[in-house]
Design a protein around this ligand. Structure first.
Ligand SMILES: [Zn+2]
Length: 401
């Protein structure tokens, strides 16, 4: 069966590359995914998915099968901007296929995963691998701006709760099982304004926030390391202040932090550490807050959330990891590299918030994500599709035994 899957995937490879090319030619920056979602909806309809719909946030949800077990494959369909197009050696939006690569913005991150997924669905249907399953194929929005928001919507508003989700972000066809989480935090101190010619009359908020910033620099060095995910980190990334004039002592100053969370670090522990850093600087009256995301989707809906993106890891004994590894072995006749993502994915909500196991596997090399001359190997598309179908087969076999 695994050989039939691989053979069929190879036969569909040119179709998948052609579809990826079309996806690349349809720009879909975060919050502007309407056209690409329509294109995917049409493709799913053409491929005879059992159901295709678009939810109020704008995610496209294709379904095949009606079985009792619910599983999902996810690809976010938004991309980042191309940046300075003069640095590209080709047009980022022509979707050309050259020397075995589909080229352009989003080809790797991560429209390639989308193309592989829909053709995996065709293989699963043709080979009747989904008798026990309801399989959802989600093309999700706004991931680049607010990773996981789309899946907060799917779980909390659409009541979709699969037993496992395959995230199809680029892994260079390796199997990934975790990532560091992150938070965006603001730390604010108030002062008392006065004339800048007599600063002793006031209380300078910039001096206060600066002492805290230096304590945060020290906090970074003290953060712990995890064997698999690496070290947590914190960096002051922006500084702001408010003053009535250039000749006045500022009455407020605040900094923003990029906090990366390793295994075992949570929102609560990270915020407590900042409070302690402020105390070491001499301040107990510090205002610490998590920033919020409140941008509208292309549908107009705002689905507000905190900018807290929890760490997640699929632990090694997980049966889903074992079945992914065995599917990989059956499809490719070799052992996969099992690793982690450097960047963030929708796994932050799917697994980090909701505890749904996530397996990562996708076409393209993540070094091209957000980079110039982004391009995905055509053969990765059929291989990823074969793995997805093989994973379903592996889950089904496991159930029977
Ligand atoms: Zn991505």
């Amino acid at each position: 069966m695994y050989q039939r899957i691989m053979k069929r995937a190879k036969e569909l490879e040119a179709d998948a590359a052609g579809f990826l090319s079309k996806l690349v030619r349809t720009p879909s920056f975060s919050g502007k995914e309407k056209d690409v979602v329509s294109l995917i909806q049409q493709k799913m309809t053409d491929l005879h998915f059992d159901d295709v719909r678009i939810d109020p946030l704008g995610n496209v949800i294709g379904r095949i099968g009606n079985g009792p077990r619910v599983i999902a494959f996810d690809a976010h369909v938004d991309t980042v901007y191309p940046g300075d197009t003069n640095q590209w050696t080709f047009d980022p939006f022509d979707g050309s296929i050259v020397d075995g690569y589909v080229r352009g913005r989003g080809s790797v991150d991560q429209k390639g995963g989308m193309a592989s997924m829909v053709y995996a669905a065709q293989i699963i249907k043709e080979l009747n691998l989904n008798r026990d399953f309801t399989i959802l194929f989600t093309g999700t929005v706004m991931e680049e701006d607010c990773d996981g928001l789309c899946w907060q919507y799917l779980v909390q508003e659409e009541n979709i709760r699969p037993e496992v989700v395959v995230v199809t972000e680029p892994t260079n066809l390796n199997i990934y099982r975790g990532q560091r989480g992150r938070m965006e935090i603001e730390v604010r101190m108030n002062g008392v304004s006065c004339h800048g010619s007599a600063p002793e009359r006031g209380d300078n908020a910039i001096y206060k926030i600066s002492r805290i910033a230096l304590e945060i620099e020290k906090l970074h060095d003290a953060l712990k390391t995890d064997e698999f995910l690496g070290k947590g980190s914190v960096a002051v990334t922006q500084v702001f202040s408010n003053s009535p004039s250039q000749c006045a002592v500022p009455d407020a100053a605040w900094i923003r932090l990029d906090r990366r969370l390793t295994h075992g670090e949570t929102k609560e522990t990270a915020l407590a550490e900042i409070r302690e850093a402020a105390l070491r600087a001499g301040y107990s009256d510090v205002d610490i807050r998590l920033l919020q995301y409140n941008e509208p989707a292309y549908t107009g809906l705002r689905y507000t959330t905190e900018k807290y993106y929890p760490t997640w890891v699929l632990e090694e004994p997980s049966p889903y990891l074992q079945q992914a590894v065995s599917a990989y072995h059956n499809v490719f006749n070799r052992q996969p590299l099992v690793d982690k993502w450097t960047f963030s994915t929708n796994g932050v909500s799917i697994s980090g918030m909701f505890g749904i196991p996530v397996v990562g596997m996708g076409p393209g090399n993540e070094i091209y994500a957000h980079a110039v001359n982004e391009a995905a190997p055509v053969d990765h598309l059929s291989k990823a599709a074969a793995f997805y179908a093989g994973f379903v087969r592996s889950l089904q076999e496991n159930q029977r035994s």
